[in-house]
Write a protein that binds this ligand. Structure first.
Ligand code: FUB
Length: 324
């Protein structure tokens, strides 16, 4: 069993990227609160982010300190959840979810000149963004895509189409009201504008297909999307991975386009200690790694998590295997 990478703070939801040949980790920063566990995730009441980095996979982890705090985000009221980061033209962008002043989850951006920050938050969240767990993928042609969404506490089930290409929020659906049967709700994806802080396309639903080519069904809790989107590319194939939430797996599906559809392929991580599971996949030093979290450091307290890392390999079919 790997050791926690960071033992000085509780950290979770690690998004790992290589910038300037160094490995950077953008995690949530868990903190102790008196809020009781509930299905909406109110106990995940985080108020800032730290950025961490490593020169190599065997070197010590550097904590670069506070990169962004809730009080410096003009539009946000609480709950800085799982972030991600990207770079373009010498600027670094931190993408993060939080509840807005109406209590609705939105996705904001903060900008810095260096990967470790500190980051300056923009006045408002990305127009048209909603729900949680942003994950940025920049394709080989430089086009950026933002994947996002999470059901139950992440409120994805509250957003329905407006009959056209837009999405509307229904407050009556707050809570775990995902469909009981029929097609599962999908993560969302939009193309990022050249400015990296706006959407340049309508928000689309990400479809995961089963072995028969049918969309994974809502009652299939071992395979349906819950939260924690991640996109990476390996040998020209797009790998969309995510958490199944209440069944606690990290699974993946593959496709020929960043938009999908993606065909379900299998599990990467079995359930870890704690309720949530959330990961990122990155190539560094010529090898592939999955960063994830569990609750070893807190002895199993679900909202006090710690980041870990394991190596992955691909077989001849492109299936992902964890290195023991
Ligand atoms: O860290 C808060 C939430 O827990 C994240 O946004 C989810 O992915 C889950 O890990």
């Amino acid at each position: 069993m790997p050791e926690p990478l960071i033992k000085t703070l509780y950290t979770a939801d690690p998004s790992a990227h290589v910038f300037n040949s160094r490995l950077y980790i953008y995690p949530s920063h868990d903190r102790e609160t008196a809020i009781q566990f509930n299905d909406s995730g109110d106990q995940y009441d985080m108020t800032d982010y730290h950025v961490f980095s490593m020169e190599s996979m065997t070197s010590p982890v550097t904590d670069h300190g506070v990169a962004l705090t809730l009080q410096d985000v003009p539009w946000a009221s609480k709950q800085l959840w799982a972030p991600d980061a990207a770079t373009k033209d010498g600027k670094y962008y931190l993408y993060f979810p939080a509840r807005d002043r109406e209590g609705v989850f939105r996705i904001g951006v903060a900008v810095a000149r260096v990967p470790e920050g500190p980051f300056a938050a923009l006045e408002s969240y990305i127009e048209g963004s909603y729900s949680i767990d942003p994950a940025v993928f920049v394709d080989g042609d430089g086009t950026g895509y933002l994947y996002f969404g999470g059901i139950w506490g992440g409120e994805l089930q509250c957003w329905g189409t407006d009959g056209g290409e837009g999405w509307v929020f229904d407050k009556g659906l707050v809570g775990p009201n995902e469909p009981c049967e029929g097609r599962a709700l999908g993560a969302r994806v939009a193309k990022l504008g050249g400015d990296m802080v706006s959407f340049a396309s309508p928000v689309r639903e990400v479809v995961v297909l089963d072995e028969s080519g049918e969309p994974v069904r809502a009652e299939d809790h071992e395979r349906r999307f819950f939260e924690a989107s991640w996109m990476h590319k390996y040998r020209g194939t797009y790998y969309f991975s995510y958490s199944t939430g209440d069944t606690h797996f990290v699974v993946y599906a593959t496709g020929d386009s960043p938009w999908g559809p993606f065909r379900y392929r299998g599990r990467i991580l079995e359930p870890v200690l704690g309720w949530t599971t959330h990961h990122s996949i990155v190539e560094f030093g010529g090898r592939w790694w999955i960063f994830y979290h569990d609750c070893t450091l807190s002895g199993g307290v679900s909202h006090l998590r710690n980041v870990k890392v394991r190596e992955i390999v691909y077989d001849e079919e492109g299936d992902i295997r964890l290195v023991e």
